[in-house]
Design a protein around this ligand. Structure first.
Ligand code: GLA
Length: 399
């Protein structure tokens, strides 16, 4: 009898866990995170101002929701082991901050680490998973990014499952973002454990570069893009590949930012902006709030793009969409302008994974350019355009 009740309790717990998991992040999460622009230089005023800016700039209206505090918010643990925020940087406490962010119709995210210390050397969650999860629930935290520093000898699947269960048992709905940089075969366990998992090391705000720091590297847009090949079959509603946060507005050119944003939308990536939302150029706002490009990312079919054509510096990506539609992204990786002359009839879209199939010899589709924001013709005639270095043309086809 006792074992019957034990089994019943376990079943109820896991139903609760999986119920919560599948209710959240049905489309890739959208928000902001402090790390790319501010690193450890954060405090509660900044977080409040960013929340204000997310509303004032139209980002909230475009779908962004989460205000995520990354590393370095932590102070010390109290005598019972409960984590407290840094009293100098977050003097009002996290509950008050969460209340403020919620009052704007937004959600608050936080960061911790599976090891004893975070990557920034603050207190990690190892051995305190349940206490931390309860604390986050009491504060009203809606999103947790869980990092992988100081974890020598730990099993990633087991550590992340421990935190997942702690979060769900704490009872407050929370998006769980796995950040072990793709080092422990996350595609084999992360889809059951979290809503998103990093596929690579950290992003850097460059088009094509790798910056080495001894034991680890940061990667540019193209470098991260190329590491996504072969991963699309692991992603879908409530479980997303995460090619890291956005660098839009952090120093690349307008064209590069636009290409970076388009590619992340094609990849059905979480759209977590990483710039200073309080000081954005009009161009940066235009990129981050392009609703038609965002709609590709947030498409309910939840299917990541694939590389349809590879001509070296000239690549074409296809993203199957709901209702048998498709988006194509023409990318110029190189330094010379490309003369695009794309005869649709030579390139039917046939995606076995999603079942989306468009035969341009049989059917004619209208072609809408999502950056020009206008129709540019149909698939009956070839698409002709000059594609500038590092630029994209993103089109959506519809009947
Ligand atoms: C790691 C993560 C980054 C960021 C830092 C914080 O490098 O990959 O995204 O969270 O830690 O220290």
């Amino acid at each position: 009898m006792k074992s019957f009740y034990t089994v019943l309790v376990l079943v109820l717990f896991s139903l609760n866990a999986f119920g919560q998991k599948f209710d959240l992040a049905k489309t890739p999460p959208m928000g902001w995170n402090s790390w790319n622009r501010f690193a450890c230089d954060i405090n509660e005023d900044l977080i409040r101002q960013v929340a204000d800016a997310m509303v004032a700039t139209g980002m909230k209206d475009a779908g962004y929701q989460y205000i995520n505090i990354d590393d370095c918010w932590q102070g010390t643990r109290d005598s019972l082991g409960f984590i407290r925020p840094d009293p100098d940087r977050f003097p009002s406490g996290m509950k008050k901050l969460a209340d403020y962010v919620h009052s704007k119709g937004l959600k608050l995210g936080i960061y911790s680490d599976a090891g004893a210390h975070t990557c920034g050397g603050r207190a990690g969650s190892r051995g305190y998973e349940n206490q931390d999860a309860i604390t986050y629930a009491q504060w009203g935290i809606d999103y947790l990014k869980f990092d992988w520093c100081d974890t020598k000898g730990l099993s990633a699947p087991a550590s992340y499952a421990t935190m997942r269960d702690a979060l769900y048992n704490a009872g407050h709905p929370i998006v769980f973002s796995i950040c072990e940089w793709g080092d422990n075969n996350p595609t084999q366990w992360a889809p059951e454990t979290g809503h998103l998992w990093r596929t690579t090391g950290d992003i850097h705000n460059c088009w094509d570069c790798e910056m080495g720091f001894g034991t680890w590297s940061k990667f540019g847009v193209l470098n991260i893009l190329d590491k996504q090949n072969g991963l699309r079959k692991y992603a879908g509603p409530s479980h997303w590949n995460d090619p890291d946060m956005l660098e839009v507005g952090n120093g690349m050119t307008y064209i590069e930012d636009r290409a970076h944003f388009s590619l992340w939308c094609m990849l059905a990536a979480p759209l977590i902006s990483g710039n200073d939302l309080r000081n954005m150029s009009k161009e940066t706002i235009d990129i981050l709030t392009n609703k038609e490009v965002i709609a590709l990312d947030q498409d309910p079919l939840g299917v990541q793009c694939y590389k349809m054509v590879d001509f070296g510096d000239y690549e074409i990506y296809a993203k199957p969409l709901a209702n048998n539609e498709v988006a194509l992204c023409f990318l110029n990786r190189g330094k010379e302008t490309i003369k695009v002359n794309f005869n649709w009839k030579d390139y039917p879209v046939m995606d076995g994974m999603s079942g989306v199939s468009l035969d341009f010899s049989r059917d004619i589709y209208k072609v809408r350019d999502l950056w020009l924001k206008k129709e540019i013709g149909t698939t009956a005639t070839p698409l002709k355009a000059d594609l500038q270095p590092h630029d994209v043309i993103v089109v959506r086809l519809f009947k």
